[in-house]
Design a protein around this ligand. Structure first.
Ligand SMILES: [Zn+2]
Length: 363
């Protein structure tokens, strides 16, 4: 699991020049000509050929050590036809999921039209073609999961004048944003709304702030499908900082809420595939481990310990050093168990630990 770290020769000679040869680890002594790293003549910004010495195995924010960890099989979704650029998944009784591998949306076909749920700008221009694969019916309704542009900013490419349904907080936020790419909802609700069209049904409900105010649960009871965007990421590390949750513990509570509900297929709005109850349980377990690891690191790390005495009159420096050491401990605690269980673990684990230590201290 641990790769032998080899110091670039330039660093070895620097250490030697400083008279600190004795601090060079044994691995360096055995560098052979064939192992000589090719970093000597590399330009700034060129990726390292070998890991840097004394860097954490998981690269901290802003640092790249090496290629990211392999994506585990459990995080990979079905192949996407590159000619189409999206994948259509039949969820039963007229309901379909569309994805291009990073974002997900749905549409529901009924006798006279189509209800679209979200229009991510990454592939919204292809949504009409995806819908045309199964029906010639027009788009009559759009449901917004929430106000964020990366999930609904592709609206202009859908055309027409559909009825747009959203939670009332989403209307408030979109009025503020005043963005022509995100037309205002024409129908809003506070707690719950049932859309009945031609015998097909979507149940929309609001469970409070987590990811952001107005983010709703979208249930298709007959198809046993639940869609909640930016809260659960089947097979994957959540996007950075609890998927930029405005209320970290609200978002974690919604993971448990999702796990307690009845459905067979989960649509999370992101990444490669739909989810199962097992996926939701894995994310809940990861969040429990993350909370425990950050909590223990906060309680066992001493502020100011090891800080340069000349910096002790700088409270920001003292606290930044404290938080950094808390987060290093948090990452080191979680890595052995989780690095091969979640796709993209190493990409965002530092973000998650920084976000959790902050939430535990101030929320
Ligand atoms: Zn969002």
């Amino acid at each position: 699991m641990f790769t032998v770290r080899v110091l670039p020769l330039v660093l070895v000679s620097m250490l030697a020049a400083c008279g600190r040869q004795e601090s060079v680890p044994p691995a360096v002594q055995s560098v052979s000509a064939s192992q000589t790293p090719a970093t000597e003549a590399s330009e700034p910004g060129t990726p390292a050929v070998v890991p840097y010495a004394n860097m954490p195995k998981i690269a901290p924010i802003g640092v790249r050590i090496d290629k990211h960890l392999d994506v585990p099989e459990s995080a990979r979704g079905p192949a996407i036809d590159p000619a189409k650029g999206y994948r259509l998944q039949d969820l039963g009784d007229g309901l379909y999921m569309v994805t291009e591998g990073a974002y997900q949306s749905m549409f529901l076909v009924y006798d006279k039209g189509v209800v679209v749920v979200d229009a991510p700008p990454t592939y919204a221009a292809k949504l009409p073609a995806a819908i045309a694969e199964v029906t010639k019916n027009p788009i009559t309704h759009v449901v917004y999961s929430h106000s964020h542009k990366d999930h609904i900013g592709g609206m202009p490419t859908l055309g027409g004048k559909p009825i747009i349904i959203a939670q009332e907080e989403t209307l408030r936020l979109l009025k503020r944003d005043n963005d022509p790419d995100r037309p205002l909802p024409t129908v809003t609700f506070k707690d719950a709304y049932t859309l009945n069209v031609g015998g097909k049904k979507l149940e929309l409900s609001y469970h409070g702030n987590g990811h952001e105010p107005g983010n709703i649960f979208i249930s298709a009871p007959k198809q046993k499908v639940l869609m909640v965007v930016d809260v659960v990421f089947p097979g994957w590390m959540p996007w950075r900082r609890f998927a930029v949750a405005q209320d970290v513990f609200g978002s974690i509570a919604q993971v448990d809420k999702i796990g307690s509900m009845e459905w067979d297929t989960f649509v999370g709005g992101h990444v490669t595939r739909t989810g199962t109850h097992a996926d939701v349980a894995v994310q809940a377990e990861f969040y429990r481990d993350l909370k425990a690891a950050a909590g223990k690191a906060l309680s066992t790390t001493k502020p100011g310990e090891g800080v340069n005495p000349q910096d002790l009159n700088n409270p920001w420096a003292v606290f930044d050093d404290y938080i950094d050491r808390v987060v290093v401990q948090c990452v080191d605690t979680l890595t052995p168990k989780w690095q091969s269980r979640l796709g993209g673990y190493d990409v965002y684990i530092w973000d998650q630990c920084y976000s959790m230590e902050q939430a535990l201290r101030i929320d």
